[in-house]
Write a protein of this length. Structure first.
Length: 592
Protein backbone atom coordinates (compact mmCIF):
# COMPACT_ATOMS: atom_id res chain seq x y z
CA UNK A 1 0.00 0.00 0.00
CA UNK A 2 1.66 3.22 -1.15
CA UNK A 3 0.59 6.81 -1.64
CA UNK A 4 -0.90 7.59 -5.04
CA UNK A 5 -0.45 11.17 -6.23
CA UNK A 6 -3.57 11.07 -8.41
CA UNK A 7 -5.78 9.59 -5.68
CA UNK A 8 -8.16 12.43 -4.87
CA UNK A 9 -10.45 10.42 -2.64
CA UNK A 10 -10.90 11.65 0.93
CA UNK A 11 -8.24 10.08 3.14
CA UNK A 12 -10.66 7.89 5.08
CA UNK A 13 -12.00 6.34 1.86
CA UNK A 14 -8.51 5.05 1.01
CA UNK A 15 -8.97 2.56 3.87
CA UNK A 16 -12.39 1.32 2.72
CA UNK A 17 -11.12 -2.19 1.88
CA UNK A 18 -9.88 -2.57 5.47
CA UNK A 19 -13.31 -1.63 6.75
CA UNK A 20 -14.98 -4.09 4.39
CA UNK A 21 -12.71 -6.88 5.68
CA UNK A 22 -13.70 -6.12 9.28
CA UNK A 23 -10.21 -5.00 10.30
CA UNK A 24 -11.03 -1.33 10.83
CA UNK A 25 -14.19 0.51 11.69
CA UNK A 26 -15.47 3.64 9.98
CA UNK A 27 -14.59 5.53 13.15
CA UNK A 28 -10.97 4.29 12.94
CA UNK A 29 -10.61 5.61 9.41
CA UNK A 30 -12.19 9.00 10.11
CA UNK A 31 -10.04 9.60 13.19
CA UNK A 32 -6.92 8.47 11.32
CA UNK A 33 -7.78 10.79 8.43
CA UNK A 34 -8.28 13.74 10.80
CA UNK A 35 -4.91 13.06 12.48
CA UNK A 36 -3.18 12.86 9.11
CA UNK A 37 -4.76 16.05 7.83
CA UNK A 38 -3.89 18.01 10.97
CA UNK A 39 -0.29 16.83 10.68
CA UNK A 40 -0.01 17.43 6.95
CA UNK A 41 0.50 13.70 6.23
CA UNK A 42 -0.82 12.09 3.05
CA UNK A 43 1.17 8.86 2.73
CA UNK A 44 -1.20 5.88 2.57
CA UNK A 45 1.09 3.59 4.57
CA UNK A 46 1.35 6.11 7.39
CA UNK A 47 -2.42 6.60 7.26
CA UNK A 48 -2.88 2.85 7.64
CA UNK A 49 -0.47 2.77 10.60
CA UNK A 50 -2.44 5.53 12.33
CA UNK A 51 -5.70 3.62 11.89
CA UNK A 52 -4.16 0.34 13.08
CA UNK A 53 -2.67 2.13 16.13
CA UNK A 54 -6.14 3.43 16.96
CA UNK A 55 -7.47 -0.13 16.63
CA UNK A 56 -4.68 -1.76 18.68
CA UNK A 57 -5.97 -1.04 22.24
CA UNK A 58 -9.39 -2.34 21.24
CA UNK A 59 -7.68 -5.64 20.41
CA UNK A 60 -5.81 -5.72 23.72
CA UNK A 61 -2.51 -4.26 22.55
CA UNK A 62 -0.85 -1.27 24.19
CA UNK A 63 1.02 -0.44 20.99
CA UNK A 64 1.30 -1.41 17.35
CA UNK A 65 4.05 -3.76 16.24
CA UNK A 66 4.19 -3.37 12.48
CA UNK A 67 6.09 -6.66 12.15
CA UNK A 68 3.35 -8.63 13.92
CA UNK A 69 0.17 -6.72 13.18
CA UNK A 70 -0.79 -8.89 10.19
CA UNK A 71 -0.84 -12.03 12.36
CA UNK A 72 -2.67 -10.15 15.12
CA UNK A 73 -5.37 -9.02 12.71
CA UNK A 74 -5.74 -12.60 11.48
CA UNK A 75 -6.09 -13.78 15.09
CA UNK A 76 -8.71 -11.13 15.91
CA UNK A 77 -10.80 -12.04 12.88
CA UNK A 78 -10.50 -15.75 13.71
CA UNK A 79 -11.67 -15.18 17.28
CA UNK A 80 -14.92 -13.77 15.96
CA UNK A 81 -15.42 -16.36 13.23
CA UNK A 82 -12.82 -18.88 12.06
CA UNK A 83 -14.27 -18.80 8.54
CA UNK A 84 -13.39 -15.09 8.05
CA UNK A 85 -9.80 -15.16 9.32
CA UNK A 86 -8.22 -15.45 5.87
CA UNK A 87 -9.62 -12.04 4.88
CA UNK A 88 -6.50 -10.46 6.41
CA UNK A 89 -4.36 -12.10 3.72
CA UNK A 90 -6.30 -10.41 0.90
CA UNK A 91 -5.42 -6.88 2.00
CA UNK A 92 -2.63 -4.72 0.59
CA UNK A 93 -0.14 -4.78 3.47
CA UNK A 94 3.06 -2.71 3.06
CA UNK A 95 5.75 -5.06 1.77
CA UNK A 96 8.75 -3.67 3.70
CA UNK A 97 8.06 -3.43 7.44
CA UNK A 98 11.32 -1.58 8.21
CA UNK A 99 10.52 1.13 5.64
CA UNK A 100 6.97 1.31 6.98
CA UNK A 101 8.24 1.94 10.52
CA UNK A 102 10.73 4.55 9.27
CA UNK A 103 7.96 6.33 7.39
CA UNK A 104 5.87 6.55 10.55
CA UNK A 105 8.81 7.56 12.77
CA UNK A 106 9.82 10.36 10.37
CA UNK A 107 6.27 11.57 9.81
CA UNK A 108 4.98 14.77 11.44
CA UNK A 109 2.23 12.58 12.89
CA UNK A 110 4.74 11.08 15.38
CA UNK A 111 7.28 12.11 18.02
CA UNK A 112 6.52 15.83 18.13
CA UNK A 113 5.23 17.40 21.40
CA UNK A 114 1.59 17.35 20.33
CA UNK A 115 1.60 14.52 17.79
CA UNK A 116 -1.00 11.73 18.18
CA UNK A 117 1.62 8.94 17.81
CA UNK A 118 4.84 8.05 19.60
CA UNK A 119 7.38 5.67 18.08
CA UNK A 120 9.44 4.07 20.86
CA UNK A 121 11.20 0.72 21.34
CA UNK A 122 10.32 -0.19 17.77
CA UNK A 123 6.58 0.15 18.48
CA UNK A 124 3.94 2.68 17.44
CA UNK A 125 1.85 4.03 20.31
CA UNK A 126 -1.09 6.31 20.65
CA UNK A 127 0.37 9.03 22.88
CA UNK A 128 -2.03 8.28 25.73
CA UNK A 129 -1.03 4.61 25.91
CA UNK A 130 2.67 5.46 25.75
CA UNK A 131 2.13 7.70 28.75
CA UNK A 132 0.26 4.91 30.60
CA UNK A 133 3.11 2.45 30.01
CA UNK A 134 5.91 4.81 31.04
CA UNK A 135 4.07 5.91 34.17
CA UNK A 136 3.21 2.36 35.26
CA UNK A 137 6.84 1.29 34.83
CA UNK A 138 8.11 4.25 36.83
CA UNK A 139 5.64 3.78 39.67
CA UNK A 140 6.15 0.02 39.95
CA UNK A 141 9.93 0.40 40.09
CA UNK A 142 9.62 3.16 42.68
CA UNK A 143 7.37 1.05 44.91
CA UNK A 144 9.49 -2.07 44.46
CA UNK A 145 12.64 -0.18 45.44
CA UNK A 146 11.54 0.76 48.95
CA UNK A 147 11.53 -1.59 51.94
CA UNK A 148 8.49 -1.70 54.23
CA UNK A 149 9.02 -4.52 56.69
CA UNK A 150 6.55 -5.20 59.48
CA UNK A 151 6.83 -6.61 62.98
CA UNK A 152 4.37 -9.51 62.90
CA UNK A 153 4.36 -13.09 64.18
CA UNK A 154 4.76 -14.60 60.72
CA UNK A 155 5.76 -18.09 61.86
CA UNK A 156 2.74 -18.34 64.13
CA UNK A 157 0.43 -16.96 61.47
CA UNK A 158 1.79 -19.44 58.91
CA UNK A 159 1.19 -22.30 61.34
CA UNK A 160 -2.36 -21.23 62.22
CA UNK A 161 -3.28 -20.67 58.56
CA UNK A 162 -1.70 -24.06 57.64
CA UNK A 163 0.53 -22.51 55.00
CA UNK A 164 2.99 -24.67 53.08
CA UNK A 165 6.63 -23.53 52.66
CA UNK A 166 5.85 -21.85 49.34
CA UNK A 167 3.02 -19.83 50.85
CA UNK A 168 5.16 -18.91 53.87
CA UNK A 169 7.90 -17.65 51.56
CA UNK A 170 5.36 -15.69 49.52
CA UNK A 171 4.08 -14.10 52.72
CA UNK A 172 7.56 -12.78 53.47
CA UNK A 173 8.14 -11.53 49.91
CA UNK A 174 4.84 -9.68 49.68
CA UNK A 175 5.33 -7.99 53.05
CA UNK A 176 8.91 -6.88 52.39
CA UNK A 177 8.07 -3.74 50.44
CA UNK A 178 5.36 -1.42 49.20
CA UNK A 179 4.77 -3.71 46.23
CA UNK A 180 3.91 -7.39 46.43
CA UNK A 181 2.97 -9.66 43.52
CA UNK A 182 1.47 -13.07 44.27
CA UNK A 183 0.95 -15.41 41.33
CA UNK A 184 -0.09 -19.04 41.00
CA UNK A 185 -2.60 -21.31 39.35
CA UNK A 186 -5.98 -22.40 40.72
CA UNK A 187 -5.66 -24.51 43.87
CA UNK A 188 -2.22 -23.19 44.84
CA UNK A 189 -3.55 -21.29 47.87
CA UNK A 190 -3.45 -17.65 46.76
CA UNK A 191 -6.55 -16.70 48.75
CA UNK A 192 -5.33 -18.29 51.96
CA UNK A 193 -2.01 -16.50 51.54
CA UNK A 194 -3.88 -13.21 51.11
CA UNK A 195 -5.80 -13.90 54.34
CA UNK A 196 -2.45 -14.54 56.06
CA UNK A 197 -1.11 -11.25 54.64
CA UNK A 198 -4.06 -9.37 56.07
CA UNK A 199 -3.63 -11.14 59.40
CA UNK A 200 0.04 -10.16 59.54
CA UNK A 201 -0.76 -6.53 58.75
CA UNK A 202 -3.49 -6.48 61.40
CA UNK A 203 -1.15 -8.15 63.91
CA UNK A 204 1.56 -5.55 63.30
CA UNK A 205 -0.72 -2.52 63.16
CA UNK A 206 -0.97 -0.41 66.29
CA UNK A 207 -4.09 1.22 64.88
CA UNK A 208 -7.04 -0.10 62.84
CA UNK A 209 -5.83 -1.27 59.45
CA UNK A 210 -7.32 0.55 56.50
CA UNK A 211 -7.46 -2.16 53.84
CA UNK A 212 -9.19 -2.20 50.46
CA UNK A 213 -9.94 -5.50 48.73
CA UNK A 214 -10.71 -5.06 45.05
CA UNK A 215 -10.98 -6.92 41.74
CA UNK A 216 -11.40 -5.77 38.12
CA UNK A 217 -15.01 -7.05 37.89
CA UNK A 218 -17.98 -7.26 40.22
CA UNK A 219 -18.13 -11.02 39.83
CA UNK A 220 -14.48 -11.41 40.79
CA UNK A 221 -14.96 -9.09 43.76
CA UNK A 222 -17.89 -11.15 45.03
CA UNK A 223 -15.88 -14.37 44.76
CA UNK A 224 -12.94 -12.74 46.50
CA UNK A 225 -15.14 -11.88 49.48
CA UNK A 226 -16.45 -15.43 49.77
CA UNK A 227 -12.98 -16.99 49.53
CA UNK A 228 -11.30 -14.57 51.96
CA UNK A 229 -14.01 -15.16 54.57
CA UNK A 230 -13.57 -18.95 54.31
CA UNK A 231 -9.81 -18.66 54.80
CA UNK A 232 -10.10 -16.18 57.67
CA UNK A 233 -12.37 -18.61 59.53
CA UNK A 234 -9.24 -20.63 60.39
CA UNK A 235 -8.30 -17.84 62.80
CA UNK A 236 -11.62 -17.69 64.60
CA UNK A 237 -10.83 -20.68 66.84
CA UNK A 238 -7.53 -19.22 68.03
CA UNK A 239 -6.90 -18.65 71.73
CA UNK A 240 -5.08 -15.43 70.81
CA UNK A 241 -7.47 -12.48 71.03
CA UNK A 242 -5.49 -10.53 68.43
CA UNK A 243 -6.02 -13.28 65.86
CA UNK A 244 -9.70 -13.63 66.73
CA UNK A 245 -10.16 -9.89 66.21
CA UNK A 246 -8.22 -10.17 62.96
CA UNK A 247 -10.55 -12.94 61.75
CA UNK A 248 -13.59 -10.79 62.55
CA UNK A 249 -12.08 -7.76 60.83
CA UNK A 250 -11.21 -9.73 57.70
CA UNK A 251 -14.65 -11.33 57.44
CA UNK A 252 -16.22 -7.85 57.63
CA UNK A 253 -14.18 -6.58 54.68
CA UNK A 254 -16.34 -6.12 51.60
CA UNK A 255 -14.44 -6.32 48.29
CA UNK A 256 -15.46 -3.97 45.52
CA UNK A 257 -14.36 -3.23 41.96
CA UNK A 258 -11.33 -1.13 41.10
CA UNK A 259 -13.65 1.29 39.30
CA UNK A 260 -15.76 1.84 42.42
CA UNK A 261 -12.68 2.12 44.63
CA UNK A 262 -11.30 4.92 42.45
CA UNK A 263 -14.68 6.51 41.88
CA UNK A 264 -14.32 6.36 38.10
CA UNK A 265 -17.17 8.28 36.52
CA UNK A 266 -19.61 6.50 34.23
CA UNK A 267 -18.35 8.43 31.20
CA UNK A 268 -14.73 7.58 32.22
CA UNK A 269 -13.86 11.29 32.15
CA UNK A 270 -12.07 11.10 35.48
CA UNK A 271 -12.03 9.62 38.98
CA UNK A 272 -12.59 10.78 42.54
CA UNK A 273 -9.14 9.60 43.67
CA UNK A 274 -5.83 10.43 42.02
CA UNK A 275 -2.42 11.81 42.98
CA UNK A 276 -3.98 15.03 44.23
CA UNK A 277 -6.52 13.15 46.36
CA UNK A 278 -5.00 9.76 47.20
CA UNK A 279 -6.91 6.75 48.46
CA UNK A 280 -7.24 6.61 52.28
CA UNK A 281 -5.88 3.05 52.63
CA UNK A 282 -2.80 1.48 54.16
CA UNK A 283 -2.98 -1.49 51.78
CA UNK A 284 -4.83 -2.21 48.54
CA UNK A 285 -5.08 -5.86 47.46
CA UNK A 286 -6.16 -6.56 43.88
CA UNK A 287 -7.42 -10.07 43.12
CA UNK A 288 -7.66 -11.50 39.57
CA UNK A 289 -5.02 -8.94 38.57
CA UNK A 290 -4.50 -10.71 35.23
CA UNK A 291 -7.71 -8.96 34.16
CA UNK A 292 -6.34 -5.53 35.08
CA UNK A 293 -5.79 -3.37 31.99
CA UNK A 294 -2.80 -1.05 31.68
CA UNK A 295 -4.86 2.18 31.85
CA UNK A 296 -6.66 0.95 34.97
CA UNK A 297 -3.33 -0.07 36.53
CA UNK A 298 -2.03 3.44 35.83
CA UNK A 299 -5.05 5.05 37.49
CA UNK A 300 -4.73 2.79 40.53
CA UNK A 301 -1.02 3.44 41.00
CA UNK A 302 -1.59 7.17 40.58
CA UNK A 303 -4.24 7.14 43.34
CA UNK A 304 -2.18 5.26 45.94
CA UNK A 305 -0.82 7.25 48.85
CA UNK A 306 3.02 7.36 48.97
CA UNK A 307 3.09 5.08 52.04
CA UNK A 308 0.42 2.61 50.88
CA UNK A 309 1.13 -1.00 50.00
CA UNK A 310 -0.09 -2.56 46.77
CA UNK A 311 -0.46 -6.33 46.50
CA UNK A 312 -1.39 -7.80 43.12
CA UNK A 313 -2.82 -11.32 43.13
CA UNK A 314 -3.60 -13.49 40.13
CA UNK A 315 -2.60 -16.21 37.71
CA UNK A 316 0.01 -14.87 35.29
CA UNK A 317 -0.47 -17.93 33.06
CA UNK A 318 -4.05 -17.08 32.17
CA UNK A 319 -5.35 -15.06 29.26
CA UNK A 320 -4.80 -11.34 29.71
CA UNK A 321 -7.35 -8.58 30.19
CA UNK A 322 -9.92 -8.08 27.45
CA UNK A 323 -8.79 -4.44 27.48
CA UNK A 324 -5.36 -3.12 26.52
CA UNK A 325 -2.32 -4.61 28.20
CA UNK A 326 -1.20 -7.70 30.09
CA UNK A 327 0.24 -5.97 33.14
CA UNK A 328 0.38 -8.96 35.52
CA UNK A 329 1.97 -11.22 32.91
CA UNK A 330 4.50 -8.52 32.05
CA UNK A 331 5.39 -7.99 35.71
CA UNK A 332 5.74 -11.72 36.39
CA UNK A 333 8.30 -12.09 33.58
CA UNK A 334 10.63 -9.24 34.55
CA UNK A 335 14.15 -9.11 35.89
CA UNK A 336 15.57 -6.45 38.17
CA UNK A 337 14.17 -4.83 41.30
CA UNK A 338 10.50 -5.57 40.53
CA UNK A 339 11.31 -9.28 40.26
CA UNK A 340 12.34 -9.29 43.93
CA UNK A 341 8.73 -8.49 44.86
CA UNK A 342 7.20 -11.36 42.87
CA UNK A 343 6.27 -14.65 44.58
CA UNK A 344 4.88 -17.64 42.67
CA UNK A 345 2.90 -20.48 44.27
CA UNK A 346 3.28 -23.81 42.51
CA UNK A 347 2.01 -26.53 44.90
CA UNK A 348 -1.48 -27.49 43.77
CA UNK A 349 -3.92 -28.49 46.51
CA UNK A 350 -6.95 -28.91 44.31
CA UNK A 351 -6.05 -32.15 42.54
CA UNK A 352 -4.54 -35.40 43.75
CA UNK A 353 -0.82 -34.89 44.27
CA UNK A 354 1.02 -36.18 41.23
CA UNK A 355 -2.24 -36.61 39.30
CA UNK A 356 -2.44 -36.42 35.53
CA UNK A 357 -4.63 -33.33 35.41
CA UNK A 358 -2.31 -31.41 37.73
CA UNK A 359 0.71 -32.59 35.72
CA UNK A 360 -0.97 -31.54 32.47
CA UNK A 361 -1.77 -28.04 33.76
CA UNK A 362 1.78 -27.64 35.10
CA UNK A 363 3.29 -28.74 31.79
CA UNK A 364 1.17 -26.20 29.91
CA UNK A 365 2.09 -23.40 32.31
CA UNK A 366 5.79 -24.22 31.99
CA UNK A 367 5.60 -24.49 28.19
CA UNK A 368 6.70 -28.15 28.20
CA UNK A 369 4.77 -29.52 25.24
CA UNK A 370 6.64 -32.85 25.34
CA UNK A 371 5.55 -33.53 28.94
CA UNK A 372 2.00 -32.44 28.19
CA UNK A 373 1.69 -34.80 25.23
CA UNK A 374 3.19 -37.64 27.29
CA UNK A 375 0.47 -37.15 29.92
CA UNK A 376 -2.07 -37.64 27.14
CA UNK A 377 -0.25 -40.48 25.42
CA UNK A 378 -2.62 -43.16 26.72
CA UNK A 379 -5.53 -41.27 25.14
CA UNK A 380 -6.84 -40.28 28.54
CA UNK A 381 -8.54 -43.46 29.66
CA UNK A 382 -7.34 -43.33 33.27
CA UNK A 383 -8.24 -41.03 36.13
CA UNK A 384 -6.84 -39.95 39.49
CA UNK A 385 -9.93 -40.59 41.60
CA UNK A 386 -10.49 -36.91 42.30
CA UNK A 387 -9.43 -35.61 38.90
CA UNK A 388 -9.45 -37.06 35.41
CA UNK A 389 -8.07 -36.12 32.03
CA UNK A 390 -9.42 -37.40 28.72
CA UNK A 391 -8.76 -36.69 25.07
CA UNK A 392 -10.86 -37.40 22.01
CA UNK A 393 -10.09 -36.62 18.40
CA UNK A 394 -13.50 -35.33 17.32
CA UNK A 395 -16.42 -33.60 18.97
CA UNK A 396 -18.82 -36.34 17.87
CA UNK A 397 -17.20 -38.62 20.46
CA UNK A 398 -18.60 -36.55 23.33
CA UNK A 399 -21.79 -35.16 21.72
CA UNK A 400 -23.98 -37.66 23.61
CA UNK A 401 -22.47 -36.65 26.96
CA UNK A 402 -23.15 -32.97 26.27
CA UNK A 403 -26.69 -33.65 25.09
CA UNK A 404 -27.53 -35.87 28.06
CA UNK A 405 -26.30 -33.22 30.49
CA UNK A 406 -28.31 -30.45 28.82
CA UNK A 407 -31.45 -32.60 28.88
CA UNK A 408 -30.97 -33.35 32.59
CA UNK A 409 -30.78 -29.62 33.33
CA UNK A 410 -34.00 -29.04 31.37
CA UNK A 411 -35.84 -31.83 33.17
CA UNK A 412 -35.00 -30.33 36.57
CA UNK A 413 -35.64 -26.73 35.54
CA UNK A 414 -39.07 -27.33 33.96
CA UNK A 415 -40.47 -28.77 37.21
CA UNK A 416 -38.99 -26.03 39.38
CA UNK A 417 -36.28 -28.19 40.99
CA UNK A 418 -33.96 -25.23 41.52
CA UNK A 419 -31.21 -26.85 43.61
CA UNK A 420 -30.76 -29.84 41.26
CA UNK A 421 -30.79 -27.52 38.23
CA UNK A 422 -28.10 -25.29 39.76
CA UNK A 423 -26.01 -28.30 40.77
CA UNK A 424 -26.19 -29.70 37.24
CA UNK A 425 -25.37 -26.26 35.83
CA UNK A 426 -21.96 -26.34 37.49
CA UNK A 427 -21.15 -29.90 36.48
CA UNK A 428 -20.29 -29.47 32.80
CA UNK A 429 -19.49 -26.74 30.28
CA UNK A 430 -18.22 -26.74 26.70
CA UNK A 431 -15.41 -24.23 26.15
CA UNK A 432 -14.51 -23.09 22.63
CA UNK A 433 -11.74 -20.99 21.14
CA UNK A 434 -14.07 -19.33 18.61
CA UNK A 435 -17.33 -17.43 18.99
CA UNK A 436 -18.69 -18.46 15.59
CA UNK A 437 -17.84 -20.96 12.89
CA UNK A 438 -18.00 -24.78 12.75
CA UNK A 439 -16.33 -25.21 16.16
CA UNK A 440 -17.52 -21.97 17.72
CA UNK A 441 -19.58 -21.48 20.89
CA UNK A 442 -22.63 -20.24 18.96
CA UNK A 443 -22.60 -23.40 16.80
CA UNK A 444 -22.37 -25.65 19.85
CA UNK A 445 -25.22 -23.80 21.55
CA UNK A 446 -27.33 -24.34 18.45
CA UNK A 447 -26.48 -28.07 18.36
CA UNK A 448 -27.42 -28.54 22.00
CA UNK A 449 -30.71 -26.69 21.57
CA UNK A 450 -31.50 -28.83 18.53
CA UNK A 451 -31.06 -31.94 20.66
CA UNK A 452 -33.27 -30.50 23.41
CA UNK A 453 -35.97 -29.82 20.83
CA UNK A 454 -35.65 -33.29 19.35
CA UNK A 455 -36.10 -34.72 22.85
CA UNK A 456 -39.52 -33.04 22.97
CA UNK A 457 -38.69 -30.04 25.13
CA UNK A 458 -38.95 -26.31 24.48
CA UNK A 459 -35.60 -25.05 23.18
CA UNK A 460 -36.07 -21.41 22.17
CA UNK A 461 -36.58 -18.11 23.97
CA UNK A 462 -36.69 -18.18 27.78
CA UNK A 463 -37.00 -21.96 28.01
CA UNK A 464 -36.50 -23.90 31.26
CA UNK A 465 -33.00 -25.29 31.51
CA UNK A 466 -31.40 -22.60 29.38
CA UNK A 467 -28.01 -21.74 30.95
CA UNK A 468 -27.41 -18.00 30.68
CA UNK A 469 -24.63 -15.52 31.35
CA UNK A 470 -25.23 -11.92 32.41
CA UNK A 471 -23.37 -9.71 29.94
CA UNK A 472 -23.77 -6.34 31.66
CA UNK A 473 -23.55 -5.22 35.28
CA UNK A 474 -27.00 -4.64 36.78
CA UNK A 475 -26.70 -2.84 40.11
CA UNK A 476 -30.47 -2.84 40.60
CA UNK A 477 -30.56 -6.63 40.58
CA UNK A 478 -27.13 -7.04 42.17
CA UNK A 479 -25.87 -8.95 39.13
CA UNK A 480 -22.46 -8.72 37.50
CA UNK A 481 -21.14 -9.22 34.00
CA UNK A 482 -20.11 -12.89 33.86
CA UNK A 483 -22.61 -14.25 36.40
CA UNK A 484 -23.98 -17.59 35.20
CA UNK A 485 -27.45 -18.90 36.03
CA UNK A 486 -30.16 -21.17 34.68
CA UNK A 487 -33.76 -20.43 33.73
CA UNK A 488 -36.29 -22.35 35.82
CA UNK A 489 -40.07 -22.47 35.86
CA UNK A 490 -41.38 -21.72 39.35
CA UNK A 491 -44.99 -20.89 40.20
CA UNK A 492 -45.78 -20.62 36.50
CA UNK A 493 -43.15 -17.93 35.92
CA UNK A 494 -39.74 -18.04 34.25
CA UNK A 495 -36.98 -16.99 36.62
CA UNK A 496 -33.20 -17.13 36.45
CA UNK A 497 -31.65 -19.05 39.33
CA UNK A 498 -28.20 -18.03 40.53
CA UNK A 499 -26.05 -19.58 43.22
CA UNK A 500 -23.73 -17.49 45.38
CA UNK A 501 -21.82 -18.72 48.42
CA UNK A 502 -24.03 -21.79 48.61
CA UNK A 503 -27.27 -19.81 48.55
CA UNK A 504 -29.74 -19.68 45.68
CA UNK A 505 -31.33 -16.56 44.31
CA UNK A 506 -34.21 -16.19 41.84
CA UNK A 507 -34.63 -13.18 39.54
CA UNK A 508 -37.51 -12.74 37.10
CA UNK A 509 -36.10 -13.39 33.63
CA UNK A 510 -37.92 -10.35 32.23
CA UNK A 511 -36.03 -8.09 34.63
CA UNK A 512 -32.58 -8.98 33.25
CA UNK A 513 -31.80 -7.05 30.08
CA UNK A 514 -28.58 -8.67 28.88
CA UNK A 515 -28.33 -12.45 28.76
CA UNK A 516 -26.69 -14.92 26.40
CA UNK A 517 -26.95 -18.70 26.14
CA UNK A 518 -23.96 -20.64 27.48
CA UNK A 519 -24.37 -24.38 26.96
CA UNK A 520 -21.03 -23.52 25.40
CA UNK A 521 -18.95 -20.38 25.88
CA UNK A 522 -15.67 -19.03 24.64
CA UNK A 523 -12.61 -19.74 26.74
CA UNK A 524 -12.11 -15.99 27.08
CA UNK A 525 -15.52 -15.60 28.74
CA UNK A 526 -14.94 -18.57 31.04
CA UNK A 527 -12.25 -16.72 33.01
CA UNK A 528 -13.22 -16.51 36.66
CA UNK A 529 -15.60 -19.48 36.38
CA UNK A 530 -15.20 -23.10 37.48
CA UNK A 531 -17.02 -26.30 36.48
CA UNK A 532 -16.68 -29.91 37.58
CA UNK A 533 -16.05 -31.09 34.02
CA UNK A 534 -14.94 -28.94 31.11
CA UNK A 535 -14.90 -30.06 27.49
CA UNK A 536 -12.33 -28.00 25.58
CA UNK A 537 -12.88 -27.72 21.83
CA UNK A 538 -9.52 -26.67 20.41
CA UNK A 539 -8.94 -24.99 17.04
CA UNK A 540 -6.68 -26.47 14.38
CA UNK A 541 -2.92 -26.70 14.95
CA UNK A 542 -2.23 -23.77 12.60
CA UNK A 543 -4.76 -21.51 14.32
CA UNK A 544 -3.29 -18.35 15.79
CA UNK A 545 -5.79 -18.70 18.64
CA UNK A 546 -4.23 -21.98 19.76
CA UNK A 547 -1.93 -20.58 22.45
CA UNK A 548 -0.47 -21.74 25.74
CA UNK A 549 -2.54 -19.18 27.66
CA UNK A 550 -5.78 -20.23 25.95
CA UNK A 551 -5.24 -23.93 26.71
CA UNK A 552 -4.08 -23.27 30.27
CA UNK A 553 -7.08 -21.05 31.01
CA UNK A 554 -9.48 -23.68 29.66
CA UNK A 555 -7.92 -26.59 31.56
CA UNK A 556 -7.80 -24.69 34.86
CA UNK A 557 -11.54 -23.97 34.73
CA UNK A 558 -12.07 -27.61 35.78
CA UNK A 559 -12.59 -28.68 39.37
CA UNK A 560 -12.33 -32.40 38.64
CA UNK A 561 -12.30 -33.43 34.98
CA UNK A 562 -11.15 -32.24 31.56
CA UNK A 563 -11.87 -33.63 28.11
CA UNK A 564 -9.74 -32.21 25.31
CA UNK A 565 -11.23 -32.31 21.81
CA UNK A 566 -8.27 -32.25 19.44
CA UNK A 567 -5.18 -34.14 18.41
CA UNK A 568 -1.82 -34.22 20.15
CA UNK A 569 -0.45 -32.00 17.36
CA UNK A 570 -2.93 -29.27 18.29
CA UNK A 571 -2.00 -29.46 21.97
CA UNK A 572 1.71 -29.35 21.16
CA UNK A 573 1.29 -26.42 18.77
CA UNK A 574 -0.78 -24.47 21.30
CA UNK A 575 1.78 -24.89 24.08
CA UNK A 576 4.60 -23.73 21.79
CA UNK A 577 2.68 -20.58 20.82
CA UNK A 578 2.27 -17.84 23.43
CA UNK A 579 -0.17 -14.96 23.44
CA UNK A 580 1.92 -11.83 23.16
CA UNK A 581 0.23 -8.54 23.84
CA UNK A 582 2.21 -5.79 22.16
CA UNK A 583 3.84 -3.76 24.92
CA UNK A 584 7.30 -2.74 26.15
CA UNK A 585 6.35 -2.79 29.84
CA UNK A 586 8.52 -5.83 30.67
CA UNK A 587 11.45 -4.21 28.89
CA UNK A 588 10.99 -0.96 30.79
CA UNK A 589 10.76 -2.78 34.13
CA UNK A 590 13.74 -5.06 33.49
CA UNK A 591 16.00 -2.23 32.37
CA UNK A 592 15.71 -0.42 35.71
Amino acid sequence: MTARLNDRRPLHERLSSWVAAGVLTEADTHIAAACAQLSGESDDDVLLAIALAIRAPRSGHVALDLARVRDQVHEALELIDESTADLAATLAWPADVAKWLDAVANSPVANTPNSPLVVDAGLVYLRRFHRHEVRVAEQLVQRASGAAKIDARLDLIASMMQLNPGQTGALTVCLSGQLGVLTGGPGTGKTRTVAALLTALLDASGAPLRAALVAPTGKAAARMGESIAESAALLASSSDETFVRAANDIMKMSPTTVHRLLGIRADRSGATYDSRRPLPYDVVIVDEASMLSLPLMDMLLDALAPTSRLILVGDAGQLASVDAGSALGDIARVEGVVATRVAELVENRRFTEGGRLAAFADAIRCGDHVAAVEVLSDNGTKNDGEASLNRVDTASAIADVIAAHATAVVESARVGAVDPALKLLGELRVLCAHRHGPNGASTWNHRVEQHIGQAGYMSYGMYPGRPVMVTRNDRTQGLFNGDVGVIVRTDGEMRVAFSSNGEQRLVAAAQIESLETVHAMTIHKSQGSEFDHVIVVLPSADSRLATRELLYTAVTRARRSVTIVGGADVISAAIKRTERRTSALSHRLSSR
